[in-house]
Design a protein around this ligand. Structure first.
Ligand code: AMP
Length: 472
């Protein structure tokens, strides 16, 4: 299948060929003709599948083929994204694919000055990419006109709901033409009940775009678990990076505070590292990502939400320094590697307190991840500096709440959780290595036995595997 048969204009085909794309990806093959027909779509696709070109190319074609009043300043297509990084990446793609068309685009998100955005909007923007909070700020100041939006795209809709943007989305919908008078495209990695509910509210008889399940994330990624004591994880990580001469490693922690601390420790170990998470300023996040992409920094330590949507090509190594609380996040994390046909490794450092998290992950992906004990770092199960916290603690990335606060500092919560864990540390060191009864008898080196895959479960997320993996 070639791009030429998808019905795209010569200007867009030229841009695609200049990008060096030979063939459309499965999501592009299915989505582009439907969007060009003017259909609403609900597409299951995550970052890495080529979804951005899947909606950007037909969107640009539709806009450029329609006559419009030259003096119109109102936005014609609106793309909503959950994170600033994704917004910036999507707008980059719009510029790239639209380089031979006379359409104007802009990106607006919080954490940066609003005035340059106002100037841009005043000059007229055809395609606007925005995060919900800052878009509403503009709407309140009447610096954006959304009353003539022809095409609406919700990118990574599941993440937007996870991050608590539902109320903002509803407010934004009220500023748009009615849904029958606009085309609606929804992209989501998972189709939870909430997503389905949202799609009923936003879409007109959508065509469901389901691409054949992609084996790539699992098949192309060399997954491994190293059982290791929690207090030796950092040492193991430095050792692996040094001994393997890894040049570019994305490391996941569960908390912002943990990301900062680990990045600092790695630097002290003589490795170049930086952290990216929601408490960093936009400038710092952009700089960290750019440094990492260019190879100026070897290790990027990230939390799940900060990493969401990052398009880092050919990433060779992902390390789960801590397993995620939500098993689906494991699949999203390791999906950062092995992308676009490149092989990658995903290593998880698992202390025995994370056994249950590992079992949940293995049940979700329906396979046992090979265990490899690193000589000299065998897990003893004895040293337990602090228990793994499962619940939302203050230092964790926000999953709910007002999206506008995403990215802002929550120092009080951080301090609280730090104090808690320090207290625990002190108490424990006074108590020596004694262990609570429920952890006795743990045999980390035996390996973790996954439960048989369940067909269905009431637990959120189970049964969604095909959707999570089902991209291209
Ligand atoms: P996305 O899923 O939109 O984040 O895209 C992931 C990556 O795939 C981006 O770096 C795109 O430049 C690239 N890409 C998109 N479409 C194609 C294609 N047809 N062939 C090769 N690479 C592509």
């Amino acid at each position: 299948m070639s791009f030429d048969s998808l019905g795209l204009s010569a200007e867009l085909l030229r841009a695609v060929h200049e990008q060096g794309y030979n063939e459309p990806t499965p999501i592009q093959i299915k989505a582009i003709p439907l969007i060009l027909e003017g259909r609403d779509i609900m597409a299951g696709a995550q970052t890495g599948t080529g979804k951005t070109a899947g909606f950007t190319l037909p969107l640009l074609q539709l806009l450029s083929s329609r006559a419009v009043d030259k003096n119109q300043r109102a936005v014609r297509a609106l793309v909503l994204t959950p994170t600033r990084e994704l917004a910036a990446q999507v707008e980059d793609s719009i510029k790239t694919y639209g380089r031979h068309l006379p359409l104007k685009s802009a990106v607006i998100f919080g954490g940066v000055k609003i005035n340059p955005q106002i100037d841009k909007l005043r000059r007229g923007v055809d395609v606007l990419v925005a995060t919900p909070g800052r878009l509403l700020d503009h709407a309140r100041q009447k610096t954006v006109d959304l009353s003539r939006v022809e095409i609406l795209v919700l990118d990574e809709a599941d993440r937007m709901l996870d991050m608590g943007f539902i109320h903002d989305i509803k407010k934004i919908m009220a500023l748009l033409p009615t849904r029958a008078n606009r085309q609606n495209l929804l992209f989501s990695a998972t189709f939870s009940n909430e997503i389905k509910k949202l799609s009923h509210q936003l879409l007109n008889h959508p065509e469901l775009v389901e691409v054949a399940r992609r084996n790539a994330p699992i098949e192309l990624i060399d997954q491994k678990v190293h059982p290791v004591d929690k207090n030796r994880k950092r040492e193991v990580l430095s050792h692996m990076i040094g001994a393997g001469n890894w040049k570019q490693v994305l490391v996941f922690t569960r908390t912002k505070h943990g990301a900062n601390r680990l990045a600092k420790q790695l630097v002290m170990d003589g490795l170049s590292a930086t952290a990216i998470h929601g408490n960093k300023s936009q400038g710092a996040r952009t700089r960290a990502l750019a440094d990492f992409k260019q190879g100026a920094v070897r290790i990027l330590v990230a939390t799940d939400i900060a990493a969401r949507g990052l398009d880092i090509d050919q990433l060779p190594h992902v390390v789960n320094f801590e397993l995620p609380n939500v098993p689906e996040d494991y699949v999203h994390r390791i999906g950062r590697t092995g992308r676009a046909g490149n092989e990658g490794t995903a290593v998880s450092l698992v202390c025995f307190e994370e056994d249950k998290l590992l079992r949940d992950i293995e049940r979700l992906i329906n396979r046992q991840i090979p265990k490899e004990i690193l000589p000299g770092y065998e897990s003893t199960g004895a040293a337990r500096p602090e228990p793994v916290r499962r619940a939302n603690n203050g230092a964790q990335e926000p999953r709910r709440g007002n999206g506008r606060t995403n990215g802002r500092h929550n120092s009080r919560s951080n301090t609280r959780s730090d104090t808690r864990s320090n207290t625990r540390n002190n108490t424990r060191s006074n108590n020596g290595a004694s262990q609570p009864a429920q952890t006795r008898g743990h045999q980390p080196s035996r390996g973790h036995q996954p439960q048989p895959a369940r067909k269905s479960s009431n637990k959120p997320g189970y049964g969604n595997l095909a959707r999570i993996l089902g991209s291209d």
